[in-house]
Design a binder for this molecule. Structure first.
Ligand code: RIB
Length: 310
């Protein structure tokens, strides 16, 4: 247990436009959407939202939006959710934007236009403290994320990297990371794993001396501490309608739990609960996410027996 700290999310804010389609189009094909939704998103914004809405920890968002209408909504929506947006810069130009297509089975494709997320004439000096948990993703330039990670290390803050989307050179960040959170595709790309299993993830964590969490969707998550001790954390039963943002909800809730003093496995269980709740609604942010909703779900499935594997 460490003292309780804040969650500082440094990363992306996107205006999401989601097309609900019967099936995802193939290259060269046009499909007609049955509906379209606009909402605030971006992996960073979604993670800050989940951190604030699953905990009582102070949550700060650091990022950039454009001086357009989307930039106003992106900030307002986070502020309404209880996130401190004082570190969100407004830059000239357009906010980040994501075009998302979701089919009837909940599968999705996402295309992101970074906009303001890539406008960093200089990296801000963040007001970090030793008890803080800094959360990074890779929808901002890699060198900017790397400098923020170095600032965190210099202040003694912990760094959680959600290496999404995997970016060439991202492995260069790992020396400054305490916990890496990746899905199976990202684990394969970033860690060079040909199979995602207990032995492979344990070895990857040991070799790099960092904790690794591999999220497996409805199969839960594999959690390795920096010595390679493994725990499988199950997911929670959920009627999934849309998996967009589920990984972000996991990361946000996970980071908030770490900031509150939870250990790696307890934090991952909270992350899994937030992810399971998020897939039950359309959109990347569960509108009724609340610490008590997460608590109830966790209570409904007490600590599973025999979960630690090595
Ligand atoms: O992880 C989901 C998010 O990815 C969406 O909100 C979209 O903005 C993209 O960044």
């Amino acid at each position: 247990m460490t003292a309780a700290g804040r969650v500082i999310v440094f990363g992306s804010l996107n205006a999401d436009i989601t097309f609900e389609v019967h099936r995802l189009p193939q290259a060269g094909e046009t499909v007609v959407a049955g509906g379209v939704r606009r909402a605030s998103g971006g992996k960073g914004g979604n993670q800050a939202y989940a951190a604030a809405r699953t905990s009582t920890r102070p949550v700060l968002m650091a990022g950039a939006v454009g001086d357009d209408e989307a930039g106003v909504s992106l900030r307002d929506d986070l502020s309404t959710a209880g996130v401190d947006i004082g570190l969100v810069r407004v830059v000239e130009g357009v906010s980040g934007m994501a075009m998302i297509a979701v089919d009837e089975e909940g599968h999705n494709v996402i295309v992101v236009a970074p906009g303001a997320n890539h406008v960093w004439p200089e990296v801000p000096a963040l007001p970090l403290e030793a008890d803080d948990v800094v959360v990074l993703q890779l929808e901002v330039p890699l060198d900017v994320a790397a400098q923020v990670a170095r600032q965190a290390v210099a202040r003694g803050a912990r760094v959680v990297l959600n290496a999404a989307p995997v970016t060439p050179g991202a492995d260069g960040l790992l020396a400054d990371v305490d916990v890496l959170v990746v899905n199976e595709v990202e684990a394969t790309d970033l860690l060079g794993l040909s199979t995602i299993d207990v032995e492979a993830v344990a070895a990857a964590a040991r070799e790099r001396a960092l904790a690794v969490v591999v999220t497996l969707g409805s199969d839960g998550a594999l959690v390795a501490d920096a010595e390679g001790r493994m725990t499988r954390v199950p997911s929670f039963p959920a009627d999934a309608v849309d998996t967009v943002g589920a990984g972000d909800a996991f990361v946000g809730a996970f980071a908030a739990a770490l900031a509150g003093g939870a250990d790696l496995v307890a934090a991952a269980r909270r992350g899994a609960a937030a992810g399971s709740l998020t897939v039950t609604v359309r959109g990347a942010r569960h509108p009724r996410l609340h610490p008590l909703l997460v608590d109830d779900l966790l209570d409904s499935q007490p600590d599973p027996p025999g979960r630690t594997m090595s």
